[in-house]
Write a protein that binds this ligand. Structure first.
Ligand code: FAD
Length: 337
């Protein structure tokens, strides 16, 4: 069943909490709903909005927003050693992680507390603490708005990479994800090699699923502002990838600058956008209702009542300061509308 709302305020539908509006929102339950709409008249301008944790509305959205409401979880098979599950797009990601931990199923526990709908999780291949959703996904099912049919892609066909997938490339503006399928295992395989995870897990008595989830929720809770309390969209900027000579020039001047190898590419180096912003003197910077978070420079925040335009003006200022100081361009990771 579909529901249609005209001229709706989006403040409660984006984690920044900005008060912009959209011409129309369609909440849909199934592929049949979408087929009916797209075969009658394809909207000229449209966007799929999940839980809105990675979307910034910078102005009135003069188009149609599709939001899934289908949210079932089905165990397709369980042989005691592992389970294959199917989860629909509107299911809350962290509730899924919580469910898997309760079932004794390993594979997504390190992705605890990432604010996301299940449908958005494959789009940027959500990842944290050494795990990515691609490691558990077997199939992504979507409605193809050109072919007007449901398509099932295998993990390999999704072309997952670091914060990337086919849904951000060729299928952008084509695919509306309906559900994902995953394989989760009952064989313990703790993945504790990242940051403080091992220390926090040991402090809780060892590597059980419950302890890993609890440890990761605690670490994240200390580092990142809760969007329910302070509007934000997590990391606002991507970590920039620069030519090796640029990184070497900067490292000569700033020997403590973090830098990371780019897999299969010796000519480029990845830098940490958060460090560049911090060293530009902007951690804790505030301009009216918006600012750079005081503990995590990669996160821009809405202190209350900010418009999308104010957030984007701050983002431009931040990237200009970083460019002036380091000669490096940083660009938003967040989807801007
Ligand atoms: C506090 C905070 C912490 C975060 N930490 C992390 C982290 O550790 N790791 C990480 O990877 N990300 C992180 N993020 C980013 C965010 O969690 C992910 O981008 C998440 O997948 C967003 O889900 P959403 O449903 O809210 O997406 P939305 O903002 O609604 O949409 C995000 C993108 O997915 C598309 N999309 C959404 N649903 C569908 C669908 N059904 N079909 C097709 N396309 C769809 C949208 O069009 C858009 O391009 C964080 C965000 C916040 C606010």
């Amino acid at each position: 069943m579909k529901r249609l709302y005209n001229d709706i305020n989006l403040a409660s539908r984006n984690s920044f909490g900005v008060s912009e509006s959209a011409r129309c929102i369609v909440e849909f339950d199934s592929a049949e709903d979408l087929k009916e709409i797209f075969s009658a008249e394809r909207p000229e301008k449209w966007y799929v909005l999940g839980a809105g944790n990675n979307t910034l509305f910078t102005q009135y959205y003069d188009g149609v927003i599709f939001t899934p409401t289908c949210s079932s979880l089905t165990v397709l098979s369980d042989d005691g050693e592992g389970a294959n599950i199917r989860v629909e797009a509107a299911y809350d990601w962290d509730s899924l992680v919580e469910w898997s931990v309760k079932q004794g199923l390993w594979g997504i526990e390190n992705l605890s507390a990432i604010p996301s709908s299940v449908g958005a999780a494959p789009v940027q291949n959500i990842g944290a603490y050494g795990a990515e959703v691609k490691d558990a996904i077997t199939v992504v099912e979507y409605f193809d708005t050109n072919k007007l049919e449901v398509v099932r892609l295998t993990n390999e066909d999704c072309r997952f990479a670091y914060r990337e997938s086919i849904f951000k490339q060729e299928l952008r503006g084509v695919a509306i994800i309906l559900a994902i399928e995953m394989h989760l295992s009952r064989t313990p395989h703790p993945n504790l090699g990242y940051g403080d995870v091992i220390k926090e897990v040991e402090a809780r008595g060892g590597a059980t699923l419950e302890n890993i989830r609890e440890a990761i929720c605690a670490i994240r809770g200390r580092k990142l502002p809760d969007p329910k309390v302070l509007g934000n969209a997590g990391s606002f900027f991507k970590n920039p990838i620069v030519e090796r000579e640029v990184a070497e020039r900067l490292l000569a001047e700033y020997p403590d600058m973090p830098s990371y190898a780019v897999p299969n590419d010796d000519n480029h180096v990845k830098l940490a956008a958060g460090w560049l912003i911090d060293k530009s003197g902007l951690k804790g910077y505030r301009s009216g209702a918006v600012g750079v978070h005081q503990n995590q420079a990669l996160v821009l925040v809405n202190y209350g009542g900010a418009t999308g335009g104010e957030v984007i003006a701050l983002a431009k200022y931040v990237s200009q300061c970083v460019n002036d100081k380091f000669g490096v361009e940083i660009t938003p990771e967040v989807n801007l509308l």
